[in-house]
Design a protein around this ligand. Structure first.
Ligand code: GDP
Length: 593
């Protein structure tokens, strides 16, 4: 059975290449909005954090009706840290729409999603957008796309992709550059004609694969996914085939389909439909809702393992929090538990202290987005420096390894190679792009990447692009060097910089933090937060105060500095330093225990 009335497509676009404008235009031309609706409301618009980071964080669905065909457009998250989510989204669709800026060309940030799409045998449709730009370089951009596809392992059929030339802003798309652009009909027609409609058995036993979990304050967990076989009706019974192999009886209550950006209640849906089902509390990503008589689940979707951990910890400082902030361990706990409802690759473990939680994530970016989101919501808390998760495999200690791609102007290659070398990166290959940028690929332990992004941006004066993918766990080369455990943290606030020292000994039993303030290379003061915080020693597990200077924006982690605790302290405190014992640091002026 073929659902001629549906096309399911995922959209892949680098931020600012015009996805929102294009989807807006498609919705408008399709008349999916009723006349009294606010058409100007931005579709698929990025939240502030997405815009600042230059990546899509949340997947969103839009449904567009065109000539009695429903086109479901699914957004793809734009970073490797959300790898599993990408794969889940791509399982719902039959093609991808790659939108590329006619001047900028394909960006490495889209590489990861494209690679997955090609590996899943999806055939892309390429939209060269912003052809109205005076600096557009359309033939070169098409060449770059072909090179990228070849590089990512596209087959001949995938390389024979349809191209549409568009100006989303002017509201037209065309098959050839010589055509006159009128509206977006060529793009609609290409989608209708080139994307396979979903097909399969309509009468067979139900299979509904859950690809996303959303959380709603009022109705709780909402399972979003696609029907792969059969159909579903209001009020019917079904079984949920769970991750652990168990089955659970469920009653299907109200559920929803998509129209435009809205959800509408529907009574029936069948193969190929993307729907949202609330009311099943225990439901998880990757599980299948099945027929009661034939519980025959689809293969489980893999949820990626965490590679990085950080401690989230109540800020016990008397200076913590302003009126209205969430500061207690109860607040922190409730917020983290809520996050677990939808953030599948996240793990939260309790610690010996009720005030501290060990949070495991897919990468530094995954966790830093959570931290930033929580801070914007008014949560005030401390976080530790990230550490990598080690695993024992066949009696060997293994650590996570990443594939790192950097793109830099030639002038900056030296400094990048030097810094990465110190972080144990191995170069895999290098080639020049048309515009004198070099693309270099490395293999690097995840620990070597901690804190590197900001260093890289500084070193390349904002001109470099970096992107990494998790490769797997490999045996740790040699002992974890004692010397590798210190890290220097710089907090920049206005014209002064506060340097702090973090050194976790014996995997977190003793934490030592020290802070001094430096202006133009001279020590001008001690920690900016309070007079007696300049050097402190505390025995709490994995604790560090990353907000010593009270300045969030300017927080910068230096690379792991390979020096011992003593060397690090000497570096910071210089002549002031008298003696260090495991429990105290003695400076010239005072002794702190
Ligand atoms: P998104 O981040 O991919 O969703 O991109 P937006 O749709 O928000 O577009 C980013 C910017 O590019 C906005 O300022 C748009 O007005 C502009 N833009 C989008 N499409 C075009 C186009 O076809 N031509 C030009 N010149 N600008 C465009």
């Amino acid at each position: 059975f073929v659902r001629e009335d549906i096309r399911n497509i995922a959209i892949i676009a680098h931020v600012d290449h015009g996805k929102t404008t294009l989807v807006d235009g498609l919705l408008r031309q399709s008349g999916t909005f009723r006349s009294n609706e606010n058409v100007a409301e931005r579709v698929m618009d990025s939240n502030d954090l997405e815009r600042e980071r230059g990546i899509t964080i949340l997947a969103k669905n839009t449904a567009i009706n065109y000539k009695s065909i429903k086109i479901n457009v699914v957004d793809t998250p734009g970073h490797a840290d959300f790898g599993g989510e990408v794969e889940r989204v791509l399982k719902m669709v039959d093609s991808v729409l790659l939108i590329v800026d006619a001047s900028e060309g394909p960006m490495p940030q889209t590489r990861f999603v494209l690679k997955k799409a090609l590996a899943l045998a999806l055939k892309p449709i390429v939209v060269i957008n912003k052809i109205d730009r005076p600096d557009s370089r359309i033939p070169e951009v098409i060449d770059e796309i072909i090179d990228l596809f070849i590089d990512l392992g596209a087959d001949d059929d995938q390389l024979d992709f349809p191209i549409i030339y568009a100006s989303a802003k002017a509201g037209f798309a065309k098959y050839n550059m010589d055509d006159e652009g009128k509206d977006l009909t060529p793009l609609f027609e290409t989608i209708i004609n080139k994307v396979e409609p979903p097909s399969g058995s309509l009468d067979g036993p139900l299979q509904f694969l859950i690809t996303t979990i959303e959380y709603d304050e009022y109705i709780g967990r909402v399972a979003v996914g696609k029907i792969f076989r059969g159909s579903i009706r209001y009020g019917q019974s079904a079984v949920l085939c769970k991750r652990d192999g168990s089955v659970q009886n469920v009653k299907i209550g109200r559920f929803y389909g998509f129209i435009g950006l809205k959800r509408i209640e529907i009574n029936e849906a069948s193969i190929g439909d993307i729907i949202a089902i609330p009311g099943i509390d225990d439901i998880n990503i990757g599980e299948t809702l099945c027929d009661v008589q034939n519980p025959d689940p689809l293969p489980l979707i893999e949820v990626e393992e965490p590679t990085i951990s950080m401690t989230f910890m109540v800020n016990n400082s008397p200076f913590a929090g302003r009126e209205g902030d969430y500061v207690t361990s109860r607040h922190l706990r409730a917020r983290l538990m809520k996050e677990l409802e939808t953030n599948v690759a996240l793990r939260v473990l309790e610690t010996d202290s009720p005030d501290a939680f060990e949070v495991y994530g897919r990468g530094e970016l995954h966790l830093s987005i959570l931290i930033e989101t929580m801070r914007r919501e008014g949560y005030e808390f401390q976080v530790s420096k990230p550490t990598v998760i080690l695993k024992e495999i066949n009696g060997e200690i293994c650590e996570p390894i990443e594939n790192l791609f950097v793109e830099v102007p030639q002038d900056y290659l030296g400094v990048v190679m030097e810094k990465l070398g110190a972080r144990r990166a191995e170069m895999l290959n290098m080639h020049t792009t048309n515009d004198s940028y070099l693309k270099v690929e490395f293999k690097i332990p995840t620990r070597g990447l901690i804190g590197y992004r900001s260093q890289f941006l500084t070193d390349t004066k904002g001109n470099g692009i970096m992107h990494h993918l998790f490769m797997g766990f490999e045996p740790h080369k040699g002992e974890v060097p004692e010397r590798n455990r210190g890290a220097l943290v710089a907090f920049e606030a206005g014209e002064t910089t506060t340097y702090g020292l973090y050194n976790v000994q014996d995997r977190g039993e003793l934490f030592v933090g020290a802070g001094i303030e430096v202006y133009e290379g001279m020590i001008v003061g001690e920690s900016a937060k309070s007079d007696d915080l300049d050097v402190n020693v505390c025995k709490k597990k994995h604790v560090s105060n990353m907000r010593a200077s009270g300045s969030d924006e300017a927080l910068k982690l230096s690379p792991h500095i390979e020096m011992s605790l003593e060397e690090c302290l000497e570096f910071i405190a210089g002549d002031e330093l008298v003696e260090i014992t495991p429990k105290s640091i003695r400076l010239r002026k005072k002794v702190l225990d």
